[in-house]
Design a protein around this ligand. Structure first.
Ligand code: UD1
Length: 343
């Protein structure tokens, strides 16, 4: 049976991807240093799928440990999620971000080269497009100067992968540029769990609704959009997770048309902040305490994906609606606070 390495597999998107891989019969090895997650996620994955993934706890910046891992297992593919991802923190600690995100990638690529492992799926972000001139944004839109060290690590990582693919015969890679992943697994056993005060919209909404935060601040209503608030392409994390399985299989089956490819992963539909709040209130019946405040520096006004390339080439389409996303995010928040963290 094919073994897939999932780095950051105890994290938010990683854990959902492990479930989708197991669903179609892959054996999964998770590497995670638990810097932004904890080992109970492994148990909960087992609870959902009935299969316990192999779990190795170490930091991928440790070159020798990565090499030892590749000696121990024979991987058919790698899905690399493990990375630091807080935009604000990256501005304060740029070297930490460059070291964590780039060193780990370099170690993985070196071991792929040395141990002849061919297929890499990389977690990238629509942040590489900045504020695109044309919407919806296609894969041909130019990459713009990153607005944060975090965003820059995604851009540089894509370059490192591209150069490695052209230099080292046999290595293939797909970068997946995510729009805004939200929501949680239908079981509510796994989901997004930010440490401290959430910076992203959906966890802030659910934490406000459960009473952990007083009020959601809506950052600006004077943008040039239907209701004045920013537009994003929110995508359900389980839809996103499925795309990773398809991407790794595409390379394993030799269906890729280039050794290095990249795809936008979104729904193609833009939603404003107020539309997300309305969806949340509609699906949960909970009234949200919120207030309009000033713009958040660095926010782009609107971005949503042109999904045609991913739909046609990968044969993948996001299926879940915004209501599915808000409902599942709420179900997870409640289950986590009322059951999981209480036990
Ligand atoms: C965030 C990341 C970005 C990443 C992307 C995809 C930041 C600054 N950027 O972008 O690097 O690639 O996710 O996952 O974290 N909002 C509020 N109030 C809040 C929080 C957010 O009004 O308390 C608004 C924002 O202004 C924005 C929208 O909600 O319009 C979404 O924000 P967020 O969830 O932080 O995602 P992005 O800013 O799109």
């Amino acid at each position: 049976m094919s073994k897939i390495l999932v780095t950051g597999g105890a994290g938010y998107i990683g854990s959902h991807t492990v479930i989708e891989l197991q669903k179609v019969g892959y054996e999964v090895v998770i590497v995670d240093n638990l810097s932004n997650s904890d080992s109970s996620v492994i148990e909960r994955i087992e609870k959902i799928s009935g299969i316990r993934p192999d779990f190795e706890e170490f930091d991928l910046c440790d070159q020798a440990a990565v090499a030892t891992l590749f000696q121990k297992y024979s991987f058919s593919g790698i899905i690399h999620f493990a990375a630091s991802k807080a935009v604000g923190e990256s501005v304060e600690k740029p070297l930490l971000y460059y070291r964590n995100n780039l060193q780990s990638l370099i170690n993985i690529l070196e071991s792929m080269r040395d141990y002849k492992v061919q297929n890499l799926v990389f977690s990238s972000s629509c942040t590489v497009y900045g504020q695109p001139e044309k919407l919806p944004v296609t894969e041909n839109a130019p990459v713009q100067t990153a607005m944060s060290p975090y965003g820059n690590t995604k851009q540089i990582s894509e370059e490192i992968i591209k150069d490695s693919v052209s230099a080292y015969q046999g290595i293939k890679a797909i970068a997946l540029r995510y729009f805004n992943p939200v929501g949680a697994h239908e079981s509510a056993l796994i989901g997004e769990l930010p440490i401290g005060v959430p910076l992203n919209l959906m966890p802030f909404i659910t934490q406000t609704a459960i009473g952990l935060r007083q009020k959601l601040m809506v950052f600006g209503n004077d943008y040039n959009t239907t209701d004045g608030t920013c537009v994003r392409d929110y995508i359900h994390v389980s839809d996103l997770a499925r795309a990773h399985v398809i991407a790794v299989e595409r390379m394993m089956k030799g269906k890729n048309t280039n050794a290095y490819e990249f795809f936008n992963l979104g729904t193609g539909t833009g939603s404003t902040v107020l539309e997300v709040i309305q969806s949340f209130e509609r699906t949960t019946g909970v009234k949200l305490n919120y207030e309009i405040t000033g713009r958040r520096p660095g926010d782009v006004e609107q971005i949503y994906a042109d999904t045609r390339f991913a739909n046609e080439e990968l044969g993948w389409k996001a299926e879940k609606t915004l209501d599915d996303m808000t409902a599942s995010a709420w179900k997870w928040e409640k289950y986590y606070r009322e059951v999981l963290s209480a036990s």
